[in-house]
Design a protein around this ligand. Structure first.
Ligand code: DGJ
Length: 762
């Protein structure tokens, strides 16, 4: 990751080597591809496109070293060699007599364990003799067009012409292990994806105790760490801190990616802004317990790793079997955070979200959760549907409470049978009612959970994740079903298929309202218990794969008490996520801002709810609630029958306005203009690819007396293009971007907002 490399950074001996060899081409570009260039003497791989370069090479000792990750290097001559330095208390790798080389100081592509590198290992394996020492050396490589899929795991995908993949095989011959490091570079994006697979060639099983998805070393320590942390109803706060010597761990041990720590982080230039500075973003395509390790050693070198959390993780690897890590996505930006976000968005939209809806505009929905909670019947719902239809809403979603005897959160999860007391005629009449109004009909499920008060629990108490005989932690009166077991998944697939077909569903909200505890499976042996958490996630992915393949016409939205499992793994199956249970417009400014750092606007469910807000008690104007929710997939989460006539008229206008702008908002380029984590204002805009159209939104969080004048400068416009602004006046793109406008007057109150519609004019 060094920003650049000059001859000065080479030891003098190598500089002369370069000069001596000046006339000889040191690179032998392979005919195979222009995205991955292979040079010999020493063997080096340069993955590059017009935006990014990533260089790795084989050192004399057959160790795979990291050379560079950053801005594209247009002309590369394979110049970097690591200085032969002997460091005290830093041994040479095995069998090297000369003592001029210390593994601890070498930037490596994939560090082993128990050897001469004292930094964090990328892999920990326990062998039959009890040893955990493992050190890999280079063996061979392959290059293929496109990108192979990862067995059983969600991952980015690419056509043959869109990407190329380098797979480097490393071996630990004594221990009889093979390690496959996979690197995919996308042709048109500053993106490299990485994953790791380990294979046991020995005669006996070995136990994998850690396998990171990638490890990346950098001599560059002038970096800040940006992370997205939070809590229930306040997810994905942007936190930035300087890197310091030592180890920083960002993780989840919850069996889910979690509300508290998103599986994403970035190393950024300390002066980086939204639009300037170098940024390295890292995102794990995984929905279970995860761990990012950021280590700065005594030489101020930085190592970053990401992968499955190794706490309580052990995986038995039988002879000839492999273990595959999840994929990690590495995005590079030279132009600050916004450009990093745009790359993540583009990648996820075009190469991750496999749903047929990924590029389709999403319907405006009304969800009855905050409108009725568990208290509804057919008539009440029909009235809500009719009233929503009159507002122009396109889909009705029946949330929790339609099944078993579910009048409170303490029963019936697992009994996916319609509650005939509430809905004597079942779900079909409601679905027909919607369809007759030309609306869609959606339904809530929480498939991964079970209530003790349920028929399913009476029949299958052993399906729960628990340690028999030990006290169980209860959350929301429910337990987690063990999705690692095939019979549990088959039951869920059968039950959901029945409801989907009988109720003629168009949409499913897939909720998950507690995290794992007492992770144990009585059907597995004592030594296999470290596999339960990951087996669960593989089981979840298997169920989602089968369900989404079987019902490709259903739009799925994932949810976990709001945004508790907002990750790239879930986005692979479900192209949208309920961003947060916090529907307060002002709180949402931060939540949606933080979320947008990684995840596309079209993946963010955002609803207008009633005031005072259920989560914060705050009163905010309907206009501001509408604009904040219109910054994602607009929905309403209130009882439309309770709206006053003037509010109904306003909602009708919001819905109409959103329909006219939704393609731009959901699929345009997002530019974040003002940061609610740093100021008492927020602003962002959406710009069409041809720059002919844009919408900007500005939010005044708190007013101040004698307020300074706050400007709003637009971004991403065509400088020489004239735009009309709200149809009232015109200005050139360069004026709007460089000079800006005053978005509000001085006397605007708390929570006020403004919207600017820009259209190219002659
Ligand atoms: C949590 C979700 O985030 C809410 O939107 C709602 O669906 C409830 N669960 C229902 O129990």
């Amino acid at each position: 990751m060094p920003k650049s490399i000059s001859a000065q950074v080479l030891p003098a001996c190598l500089r002369s080597v370069l000069i001596i060899r000046g006339g000889i081409s040191m690179t032998k570009p392979s005919a195979k591809s222009e995205l991955i260039e292979v040079s010999s003497n020493p063997l080096t791989f340069h993955l590059h496109n017009s935006q990014v370069s990533y260089v790795l090479g084989v050192e004399d000792e057959n160790i795979l070293a990291h050379h560079y990750y950053g801005k594209a290097v247009d002309h590369y001559s394979n110049l970097r060699r690591y200085p032969r330095l002997m460091r005290h208390f830093a041994p040479s790798p095995e069998d090297i007599e000369t003592r001029d080389f210390s593994l601890s100081t070498l930037p490596q592509e994939f560090p082993g364990a128990g050897g001469a590198d004292y930094r964090e290992p990328g892999i920990v394996v326990q062998f039959p003799n009890g040893s955990r020492t493992v050190n890999f050396t280079y063996d061979s490589y392959t290059i293929s067009d496109g990108k192979p899929q990862l067995a059983g795991l969600p991952a980015t995908f690419a056509q043959e012409y869109e990407a190329q993949t380098l797979t480097v095989k490393l071996v630990e011959s004594d221990a009889q292990l093979e390690l496959y490091l996979s690197y995919t570079i996308f042709r048109d994006l500053p993106v490299i994806t990485r994953s790791t697979r380990v294979k046991n060639l020995g005669q006996q099983p070995v136990q994998v105790q850690r396998l990171v998805s990638f490890s990346l070393d950098s001599p560059d320590n002038e970096l800040n760490l940006l992370q997205l942390n939070g809590r229930y109803a306040q997810e994905r706060n942007v936190t930035i801190e300087p890197l310091n010597t030592g180890i920083k761990i960002l993780d989840s041990k919850r069996g889910a990616s979690g509300h508290t720590q998103n599986p994403f982080c970035a190393l950024i230039d300390p002066h980086a802004t939204e639009f300037s500075g170098e940024v390295f973003g890292f995102c794990l395509v995984y929905s279970g317990s995860h761990k990012s390790i950021i280590q700065m050693d005594g030489y101020n070198q930085v190592r970053i790793q990401m992968g499955i959390n190794d706490q309580n993780f052990e995986w038995w690897l039988e002879p000839q079997k492999s273990f595959q890590s999840p994929e990690a996505v590495l995005v590079h930006s030279e132009q600050g955070l916004n450009s990093m976000s745009q790359s993540f968005h583009e990648l996820f939209l075009n190469h991750l979200m496999k749903s047929k809806y990924s590029h389709q505009t999403r319907p405006i929905l009304l969800n009855n959760w905050e409108a009725t909670y568990f208290n509804f019947d057919e008539k009440k719902l029909q009235d809500i549907i009719a009233s929503s239809h009159d507002l122009g809403i396109e889909m009705f979603v029946l949330d929790d409470g339609w099944f078993g005897e579910r009048d409170a959160p303490n029963s019936s999860l697992g009994d996916w049978v319609v509650d005939r007391k509430k809905l004597p005629n079942g779900l079909k009449p409601l679905s027909d009612y919607c369809h007759n109004l030309d609306m869609k009909f959606g339904l809530w499920f929480e498939p991964e959970m079970i209530s003790v008060k349920s028929k399913l629990y009476q029949n299958h108490p052993d399906w729960v994740l628990e340690v028999p005989g030990q006290r169980r932690s209860i959350d929301r009166s429910q337990f987690v079903l063990n999705l690692g077991r095939a019979e549990v998944r088959d039951y869920l697939l059968e039950r959901m298929s029945y409801i989907i077909e009988h109720a003629d569903l168009d949409y499913i909200k897939w909720d998950m309202n507690r995290n794992m505890t007492e992770v144990y499976d009585a059907k597995l042996s004592a030594s296999e218990q470290g596999e339960v958490s990951h087996r669960y996630i593989l089981g979840l992915y298997d169920l989602l794969e089968r369900l989404t393949d079987k019902y490709p016409d259903i739009l799925f939205e994932s949810c976990s008490g709001g945004g508790g499992r907002y990750d790239a793994g879930m986005l692979y199956y479900m192209p949208q996520t309920w961003t947060s249970d916090n529907t307060d417009a002002i709180a949402r400014l931060k939540i949606q801002y933080g979320t947008s750092l990684v995840y596309p606007v079209v993946s963010m469910g955002a609803h207008v709810s009633a005031v005072p807000n259920e989560q914060t008690g705050r009163m905010t104007p309907l206009r501001t609630r509408g604009l904040v929710a219109s910054s994602g997939d607009l929905g309403y989460e209130l009882n439309p029958l309770n709206l006053l006539e003037n509010e109904r008229q306003e909602v009708k206008l919001q819905v109409k306005w959103y329909k006219a702008h939704r393609r731009l908002i959901q699929f345009g380029k997002l530019y974040r203009l003002q940061n609610p984590f740093e100021t008492t204002r927020a602003a962002w805009m959406f710009v069409s690819d041809d720059k002919k159209e844009a919408v900007a939104m500005y939010f005044n969080i708190f007013s101040e007396a004698s307020s300074p004048l706050h400007m709003l400068n637009f971004v991403g416009l065509d400088p020489s293009q004239k735009y009309s602004i709200n149809g009232k006046y015109t200005a050139y793109g360069s004026e709007l971007m460089q000079i800006g406008i005053y978005p509000l007057t001085q006397n605007d109150g708390d929570f006020d907002s403004a919207v600017f519609e820009l259209k190219a004019v002659e």
